[in-house]
Write a protein that binds this ligand. Sequence first.
Ligand SMILES: Cc1cc2nc3c(=O)[nH]c(=O)nc-3n(C[C@H](O)[C@H](O)[C@H](O)COP(=O)(O)OP(=O)(O)OC[C@H]3O[C@@H](n4cnc5c(N)ncnc54)[C@H](O)[C@@H]3O)c2cc1C
Length: 275
Amino acid sequence: MDLNTITAVAHPQTRAQLPAWTAGDAWLAGGTWLFSEPQVHLRRLIDLTDLKWPALTITDSHLSIAATCTVAQLDGLACPPDWLAAPLIGQCCRAFLASFKIWKTATVGGNLCMSLPAGPMISLTSALDGVCTVWKAGGGEQKLPVVDFVTGNQRNRLMPGDLLRQIDIPLAALRRRSAFRQISLAPVGRSAALLIGNLDADGALALTITASTVRPIRLRFPKPPDTNALRAAISDEVTDELYHTDIHGKPLWRKHMTLRLAEEIRGELLGMARP
Ligand SMILES: Cc1cc2nc3c(=O)[nH]c(=O)nc-3n(C[C@H](O)[C@H](O)[C@H](O)COP(=O)(O)OP(=O)(O)OC[C@H]3O[C@@H](n4cnc5c(N)ncnc54)[C@H](O)[C@@H]3O)c2cc1C
Protein backbone atom coordinates (compact mmCIF):
# COMPACT_ATOMS: atom_id res chain seq x y z
CA MET A 1 0.00 0.00 0.00
CA ASP A 2 1.07 3.61 -0.44
CA LEU A 3 2.62 5.14 2.66
CA ASN A 4 1.27 8.64 2.13
CA THR A 5 2.88 10.24 5.18
CA ILE A 6 6.38 9.64 3.78
CA THR A 7 8.00 12.87 2.62
CA ALA A 8 11.58 11.65 2.04
CA VAL A 9 13.52 8.51 1.13
CA ALA A 10 17.27 8.41 1.87
CA HIS A 11 19.62 6.18 -0.13
CA PRO A 12 22.90 5.98 1.82
CA GLN A 13 25.74 4.05 0.15
CA THR A 14 28.09 3.85 3.15
CA ARG A 15 27.81 3.88 6.92
CA ALA A 16 29.15 7.44 6.94
CA GLN A 17 26.21 8.49 4.77
CA LEU A 18 23.56 7.11 7.14
CA PRO A 19 21.46 10.13 8.13
CA ALA A 20 21.12 11.12 11.79
CA TRP A 21 18.13 9.19 13.16
CA THR A 22 15.02 11.20 13.98
CA ALA A 23 11.51 10.31 15.17
CA GLY A 24 9.47 9.21 12.13
CA ASP A 25 12.39 7.36 10.48
CA ALA A 26 12.36 3.68 9.50
CA TRP A 27 14.92 1.44 7.84
CA LEU A 28 13.55 0.03 4.59
CA ALA A 29 14.77 -3.48 3.73
CA GLY A 30 12.47 -5.60 1.52
CA GLY A 31 9.44 -3.56 2.57
CA THR A 32 7.19 -6.65 2.62
CA TRP A 33 5.90 -5.82 6.07
CA LEU A 34 6.51 -2.06 5.97
CA PHE A 35 4.25 -1.63 2.93
CA SER A 36 1.67 -4.15 4.14
CA GLU A 37 -0.04 -1.93 6.70
CA PRO A 38 -0.49 1.78 7.47
CA GLN A 39 2.57 3.47 9.01
CA VAL A 40 1.09 6.85 9.86
CA HIS A 41 3.87 7.62 12.37
CA LEU A 42 6.56 7.46 9.65
CA ARG A 43 7.93 10.44 7.70
CA ARG A 44 11.17 9.15 6.17
CA LEU A 45 12.42 5.79 4.91
CA ILE A 46 16.13 4.98 4.88
CA ASP A 47 16.59 2.45 2.08
CA LEU A 48 19.28 -0.15 2.78
CA THR A 49 19.55 -1.35 -0.83
CA ASP A 50 22.31 0.99 -1.97
CA LEU A 51 24.62 -0.12 0.85
CA LYS A 52 25.13 -3.15 -1.45
CA TRP A 53 26.26 -5.54 1.28
CA PRO A 54 27.32 -8.91 -0.18
CA ALA A 55 24.40 -11.21 0.60
CA LEU A 56 26.38 -14.27 1.69
CA THR A 57 30.07 -14.62 2.56
CA ILE A 58 31.81 -17.82 3.61
CA THR A 59 35.04 -17.44 5.59
CA ASP A 60 37.25 -20.08 7.27
CA SER A 61 35.06 -19.95 10.36
CA HIS A 62 31.66 -18.45 9.49
CA LEU A 63 28.82 -18.03 7.06
CA SER A 64 28.00 -14.32 7.16
CA ILE A 65 24.47 -13.43 6.14
CA ALA A 66 23.96 -9.74 5.38
CA ALA A 67 20.81 -8.31 6.93
CA THR A 68 19.75 -7.41 3.39
CA CYS A 69 20.16 -10.99 2.06
CA THR A 70 16.79 -12.11 0.72
CA VAL A 71 15.10 -15.39 1.62
CA ALA A 72 15.51 -16.48 -2.03
CA GLN A 73 19.26 -15.72 -2.01
CA LEU A 74 19.72 -17.72 1.18
CA ASP A 75 17.68 -20.60 -0.20
CA GLY A 76 19.86 -20.61 -3.33
CA LEU A 77 23.14 -20.98 -1.41
CA ALA A 78 25.19 -23.96 -2.66
CA CYS A 79 26.29 -25.60 0.58
CA PRO A 80 29.37 -27.83 0.90
CA PRO A 81 28.61 -31.53 1.54
CA ASP A 82 30.00 -31.45 5.09
CA TRP A 83 27.35 -28.93 6.15
CA LEU A 84 25.10 -31.64 7.56
CA ALA A 85 22.71 -28.98 8.85
CA ALA A 86 22.28 -27.41 5.39
CA PRO A 87 18.75 -28.86 4.88
CA LEU A 88 17.60 -26.53 7.67
CA ILE A 89 18.10 -23.59 5.32
CA GLY A 90 15.54 -24.83 2.80
CA GLN A 91 13.21 -26.10 5.52
CA CYS A 92 13.16 -22.73 7.28
CA CYS A 93 12.80 -20.80 4.01
CA ARG A 94 9.77 -22.99 3.21
CA ALA A 95 8.31 -22.37 6.66
CA PHE A 96 8.01 -18.80 5.39
CA LEU A 97 4.61 -19.32 3.85
CA ALA A 98 4.60 -16.63 1.23
CA SER A 99 4.63 -16.25 -2.55
CA PHE A 100 7.83 -16.21 -4.59
CA LYS A 101 7.44 -12.42 -4.83
CA ILE A 102 7.77 -12.12 -1.06
CA TRP A 103 10.62 -14.67 -1.01
CA LYS A 104 12.58 -12.60 -3.52
CA THR A 105 12.07 -9.38 -1.56
CA ALA A 106 11.85 -10.19 2.15
CA THR A 107 15.22 -10.05 3.87
CA VAL A 108 16.73 -12.16 6.62
CA GLY A 109 17.46 -9.02 8.65
CA GLY A 110 13.93 -7.71 8.18
CA ASN A 111 12.60 -11.02 9.49
CA LEU A 112 14.75 -10.83 12.62
CA CYS A 113 13.90 -7.16 13.19
CA MET A 114 10.16 -7.85 12.82
CA SER A 115 10.62 -10.36 15.67
CA LEU A 116 7.38 -12.21 15.01
CA PRO A 117 7.18 -15.55 16.85
CA ALA A 118 6.76 -17.30 13.47
CA GLY A 119 9.87 -15.65 11.99
CA PRO A 120 11.55 -18.60 10.24
CA MET A 121 14.86 -16.79 9.82
CA ILE A 122 14.86 -16.33 13.61
CA SER A 123 14.33 -20.09 13.99
CA LEU A 124 17.16 -20.90 11.58
CA THR A 125 19.76 -18.47 12.86
CA SER A 126 19.07 -19.04 16.55
CA ALA A 127 19.33 -22.83 16.09
CA LEU A 128 22.65 -22.40 14.28
CA ASP A 129 24.23 -20.28 17.05
CA GLY A 130 23.88 -17.12 14.94
CA VAL A 131 25.38 -13.90 16.26
CA CYS A 132 23.98 -10.52 15.24
CA THR A 133 26.16 -7.52 14.51
CA VAL A 134 24.29 -4.31 15.22
CA TRP A 135 25.54 -0.91 14.11
CA LYS A 136 24.67 1.27 17.07
CA ALA A 137 22.94 4.58 16.36
CA GLY A 138 25.59 6.47 18.34
CA GLY A 139 28.50 4.69 16.59
CA GLY A 140 30.29 1.41 17.23
CA GLU A 141 29.01 -2.14 17.03
CA GLN A 142 27.28 -4.59 19.30
CA LYS A 143 27.39 -8.38 18.93
CA LEU A 144 24.72 -10.54 20.49
CA PRO A 145 23.34 -14.04 19.91
CA VAL A 146 20.13 -14.20 17.86
CA VAL A 147 18.52 -16.09 20.73
CA ASP A 148 19.05 -12.99 22.91
CA PHE A 149 18.30 -10.47 20.15
CA VAL A 150 14.60 -11.35 20.01
CA THR A 151 13.02 -10.70 23.41
CA GLY A 152 9.28 -11.15 22.69
CA ASN A 153 6.48 -10.86 20.16
CA GLN A 154 7.65 -7.95 17.94
CA ARG A 155 10.23 -7.00 20.57
CA ASN A 156 13.99 -7.07 20.29
CA ARG A 157 17.14 -5.45 21.61
CA LEU A 158 17.39 -2.76 18.90
CA MET A 159 17.31 0.81 20.19
CA PRO A 160 15.98 3.63 17.94
CA GLY A 161 18.38 4.13 15.05
CA ASP A 162 20.25 0.84 15.57
CA LEU A 163 20.83 -1.09 12.36
CA LEU A 164 21.20 -4.85 12.09
CA ARG A 165 24.20 -5.34 9.78
CA GLN A 166 24.66 -9.12 9.58
CA ILE A 167 24.25 -12.50 11.20
CA ASP A 168 27.29 -14.77 11.52
CA ILE A 169 26.81 -18.53 11.68
CA PRO A 170 29.77 -20.62 12.86
CA LEU A 171 30.68 -23.30 10.32
CA ALA A 172 30.86 -25.75 13.25
CA ALA A 173 27.11 -25.29 13.75
CA LEU A 174 26.46 -26.01 10.08
CA ARG A 175 28.43 -29.27 10.38
CA ARG A 176 26.26 -30.68 13.18
CA ARG A 177 23.51 -33.21 12.69
CA SER A 178 20.12 -31.58 12.88
CA ALA A 179 16.43 -32.41 12.92
CA PHE A 180 13.54 -30.12 12.02
CA ARG A 181 9.84 -30.19 12.90
CA GLN A 182 7.20 -27.60 12.07
CA ILE A 183 3.44 -27.48 12.31
CA SER A 184 0.73 -25.01 11.36
CA LEU A 185 -2.91 -25.05 12.33
CA ALA A 186 -3.95 -24.75 8.66
CA PRO A 187 -2.16 -26.49 5.74
CA VAL A 188 -0.70 -23.21 4.47
CA GLY A 189 -0.83 -21.32 7.74
CA ARG A 190 1.88 -19.53 9.64
CA SER A 191 4.08 -21.75 11.85
CA ALA A 192 2.50 -22.52 15.22
CA ALA A 193 5.54 -24.44 16.42
CA LEU A 194 8.95 -24.79 14.79
CA LEU A 195 11.60 -26.81 16.61
CA ILE A 196 15.16 -27.61 15.61
CA GLY A 197 17.51 -30.05 17.31
CA ASN A 198 21.28 -30.28 16.87
CA LEU A 199 23.57 -33.06 17.96
CA ASP A 200 27.29 -32.45 18.49
CA ALA A 201 29.88 -35.13 17.80
CA ASP A 202 30.49 -35.33 21.59
CA GLY A 203 26.80 -36.20 22.19
CA ALA A 204 25.67 -32.76 23.39
CA LEU A 205 22.16 -32.00 22.21
CA ALA A 206 20.60 -28.55 21.74
CA LEU A 207 16.92 -27.89 21.14
CA THR A 208 15.62 -24.57 19.80
CA ILE A 209 11.94 -23.83 20.30
CA THR A 210 10.35 -21.12 18.17
CA ALA A 211 6.92 -20.08 16.81
CA SER A 212 5.07 -21.72 19.71
CA THR A 213 6.79 -19.30 22.07
CA VAL A 214 6.93 -15.51 22.02
CA ARG A 215 10.72 -15.62 21.71
CA PRO A 216 13.27 -18.27 20.74
CA ILE A 217 14.23 -20.61 23.57
CA ARG A 218 17.33 -22.75 23.46
CA LEU A 219 17.85 -25.74 25.71
CA ARG A 220 21.24 -27.46 25.96
CA PHE A 221 21.90 -30.95 27.24
CA PRO A 222 25.54 -32.05 27.71
CA LYS A 223 24.33 -35.63 27.12
CA PRO A 224 21.16 -36.56 25.20
CA PRO A 225 18.22 -36.54 27.64
CA ASP A 226 15.73 -39.37 27.94
CA THR A 227 12.03 -38.73 27.31
CA ASN A 228 11.28 -37.67 30.88
CA ALA A 229 14.32 -35.42 31.22
CA LEU A 230 13.50 -33.67 27.94
CA ARG A 231 9.89 -33.14 28.97
CA ALA A 232 10.92 -31.88 32.41
CA ALA A 233 13.47 -29.45 30.95
CA ILE A 234 10.91 -27.99 28.54
CA SER A 235 8.29 -27.69 31.28
CA ASP A 236 10.80 -25.93 33.57
CA GLU A 237 12.15 -23.51 30.95
CA VAL A 238 9.04 -22.80 28.91
CA THR A 239 6.60 -21.46 31.44
CA ASP A 240 2.96 -21.13 30.35
CA GLU A 241 3.15 -17.36 29.77
CA LEU A 242 5.91 -17.90 27.18
CA TYR A 243 3.54 -19.78 24.85
CA HIS A 244 2.24 -17.51 22.13
CA THR A 245 -1.45 -17.05 21.41
CA ASP A 246 -3.08 -15.75 18.23
CA ILE A 247 -5.33 -16.90 15.41
CA HIS A 248 -2.67 -19.46 14.38
CA GLY A 249 -2.92 -21.49 17.60
CA LYS A 250 -3.94 -21.47 21.24
CA PRO A 251 -1.20 -21.76 23.89
CA LEU A 252 -2.28 -25.17 25.22
CA TRP A 253 -2.15 -26.72 21.76
CA ARG A 254 1.18 -25.06 21.01
CA LYS A 255 2.54 -26.48 24.27
CA HIS A 256 1.27 -29.95 23.42
CA MET A 257 2.85 -29.77 19.95
CA THR A 258 6.12 -28.42 21.37
CA LEU A 259 6.45 -31.41 23.71
CA ARG A 260 5.49 -33.84 20.96
CA LEU A 261 7.80 -32.40 18.28
CA ALA A 262 10.68 -32.19 20.78
CA GLU A 263 10.32 -35.89 21.52
CA GLU A 264 10.25 -36.66 17.78
CA ILE A 265 13.46 -34.69 17.33
CA ARG A 266 15.10 -36.48 20.24
CA GLY A 267 14.18 -39.83 18.69
CA GLU A 268 15.43 -38.83 15.24
CA LEU A 269 18.76 -37.48 16.45
CA LEU A 270 19.46 -40.42 18.74
CA GLY A 271 18.46 -42.85 16.02
CA MET A 272 21.04 -41.23 13.75
CA ALA A 273 23.65 -41.33 16.51
CA ARG A 274 23.48 -45.13 16.91
CA PRO A 275 26.44 -47.00 15.40
C1 LIG B 1 2.22 -12.71 2.43
C2 LIG B 1 3.17 -12.48 3.60
C3 LIG B 1 3.55 -13.57 4.37
C4 LIG B 1 4.40 -13.38 5.47
N1 LIG B 1 4.77 -14.48 6.20
C5 LIG B 1 5.56 -14.31 7.28
C6 LIG B 1 5.95 -15.42 8.08
O1 LIG B 1 5.57 -16.58 7.83
N2 LIG B 1 6.74 -15.19 9.15
C7 LIG B 1 7.19 -13.93 9.45
O2 LIG B 1 7.95 -13.75 10.42
N3 LIG B 1 6.85 -12.86 8.71
C8 LIG B 1 6.04 -13.01 7.65
N4 LIG B 1 5.69 -11.91 6.92
C9 LIG B 1 6.12 -10.55 7.38
C10 LIG B 1 7.39 -10.02 6.67
O3 LIG B 1 7.23 -10.12 5.28
C11 LIG B 1 8.66 -10.77 7.06
O4 LIG B 1 8.87 -10.70 8.46
C12 LIG B 1 9.91 -10.27 6.31
O5 LIG B 1 11.01 -11.13 6.56
C13 LIG B 1 10.29 -8.85 6.64
O6 LIG B 1 11.45 -8.55 5.89
P1 LIG B 1 11.55 -7.24 4.96
O7 LIG B 1 12.94 -7.23 4.43
O8 LIG B 1 10.47 -7.19 3.97
O9 LIG B 1 11.36 -6.13 6.09
P2 LIG B 1 10.72 -4.67 5.98
O10 LIG B 1 9.26 -4.74 5.74
O11 LIG B 1 11.53 -3.81 5.08
O12 LIG B 1 11.01 -4.20 7.48
C14 LIG B 1 10.40 -4.83 8.59
C15 LIG B 1 10.76 -4.04 9.86
O13 LIG B 1 12.14 -4.28 10.22
C16 LIG B 1 12.89 -3.06 10.18
N5 LIG B 1 14.18 -3.42 9.60
C17 LIG B 1 14.37 -4.06 8.41
N6 LIG B 1 15.68 -4.31 8.22
C18 LIG B 1 16.33 -3.81 9.30
C19 LIG B 1 17.71 -3.79 9.70
N7 LIG B 1 18.67 -4.32 8.94
N8 LIG B 1 18.02 -3.21 10.89
C20 LIG B 1 17.06 -2.65 11.69
N9 LIG B 1 15.73 -2.66 11.36
C21 LIG B 1 15.38 -3.23 10.18
C22 LIG B 1 12.05 -2.08 9.34
O14 LIG B 1 12.31 -0.73 9.66
C23 LIG B 1 10.64 -2.52 9.71
O15 LIG B 1 10.28 -1.99 10.97
C24 LIG B 1 4.87 -12.07 5.80
C25 LIG B 1 4.46 -10.98 5.01
C26 LIG B 1 3.63 -11.18 3.93
C27 LIG B 1 3.23 -9.96 3.12
